[in-house]
Design a protein around this ligand. Structure first.
Ligand code: FE
Ligand code: MN
Length: 334
């Protein structure tokens, strides 16, 4: 077993961050800091007026907004709890832990965003924050990632065998690749499409900031996965790869079902089928990031999604860092 690795099967002192071994973890930390934001910086005044008016939003659009608020309001807490209660204990490398602390804070900011949205629009918090129990397509997504990760919540679980390192990878694939990398993206596309029509632009801007944070979380997660693979090559068997591809394909089905449910007739000139193509396009990108074969071969139907992260406040940051950064790890602003 690797003695200088990321996981707690190594002999690394978790309190001694310098000298650093994984510079990509440091770079993700800095990228996160450069995208610092809070939801209260973004005015909800126009959103409140549009939400209260019966002339601006169609019933379909309202349904789609509620479904996305419902999904994200609890998905952020699920992710945060997994980070703190499952991932943090096993990733003992100090610069990776420094990033995990930053990410946990960002998940708190995201949860705060949905508190702020509920408060300012006057939504029923019980309805929104219960949707992960009451709406089957939301529940299916959450249950799927939770099921992938249950063994890690056993207090005696350690990453000291090949089988357990594979189980740990299930957790990382479940939360970083599937939850943050796939299950968030139909919702991002819907809310940013709405914003492009000048509707609910405050929430749209908040979703855009969240999406930037999430692209960094995803990039960190993929570097974590790829490093664990490199340090423990015996775990990366063909059978294990096939299993992960199977899980990710199941996740794609769940995300497409969610997209249909959140906007059954399509909205904003976009039909549900385009959202499905987008999901398949995103899934291929995620597979490639962790060296698994792509499955769908779809074109990106929403090229504006990849530009969304270049706009606004941190324009210079994103323009100047991306190239320099790519030598240290992988980055995907989508
Ligand atoms: Fe988040
Ligand atoms: Mn996240």
């Amino acid at each position: 077993m690797n003695k200088q690795g990321l996981l707690n099967n190594s002999t690394v002192d978790p309190n001694k961050i310098l000298p650093m071994r994984y510079l990509w973890a440091r770079q993700h930390y800095k990228n996160g800091v450069a995208n610092n934001w809070t939801p209260e910086e973004i005015s909800m005044q126009k959103d409140i007026e549009q939400w209260k008016s019966n002339k601006v939003l169609s019933e379909t659009e309202r349904h789609m907004i509620l479904w996305n608020l419902g999904f994200f309001s609890t998905a952020e807490s699920l992710t945060a709890n997994n980070l703190v209660l499952a991932v943090y204990r096993h990733v003992t490398n100090p610069e990776c832990r420094q990033y995990l602390l930053r990410q946990a804070y960002e998940e708190a900011v995201h949860t705060d965003t949905f508190i702020y949205c509920c408060d300012s629009l006057g939504l029923d918090p019980d309805e929104i924050f219960n949707m992960y129990e009451t709406i089957p397509t939301i529940k299916a997504k959450d249950d799927f990632v939770v099921k992938l990760t249950t063994s890690l919540f056993d207090p005696t679980f350690e990453t000291n065998t090949l089988e357990n390192i594979q189980k740990f990878l299930h957790d990382l694939v479940g939360y970083y690749v599937i939850m943050e990398g796939i299950f968030f993206y139909a919702g991002f596309a819907m809310m940013l499409a709405l914003r492009r029509q000048g509707k609910m632009t405050g929430i749209g801007e908040q979703f855009e900031y969240i999406m930037r944070d999430e692209s960094i979380h995803l990039a960190f997660g993929c570097d974590l996965i790829n490093t664990i693979k490199a340090e423990n090559p015996e775990i990366w068997t063909q059978a294990f790869q096939d299993e992960l591809v199977g899980l990710i394909k199941q996740a794609a089905i769940l995300e497409k079902q969610y997209a249909f449910d959140a906007c059954p007739q399509g909205v904003l000139g976009i039909n549900a089928e385009q959202f499905c193509n987008y999901v398949e396009y995103i899934v291929d990108r995620r597979l490639e990031r962790i060296d698994l074969p792509k499955q769908y071969g779809k074109e990106n139907p929403f090229p504006w999604m990849s530009q969304a992260t270049d706009l606004n406040k941190e324009k210079n940051f994103f323009e100047t860092r991306v190239t320099e950064y790519q030598t240290a790890g992988s980055l995907d602003w989508e």
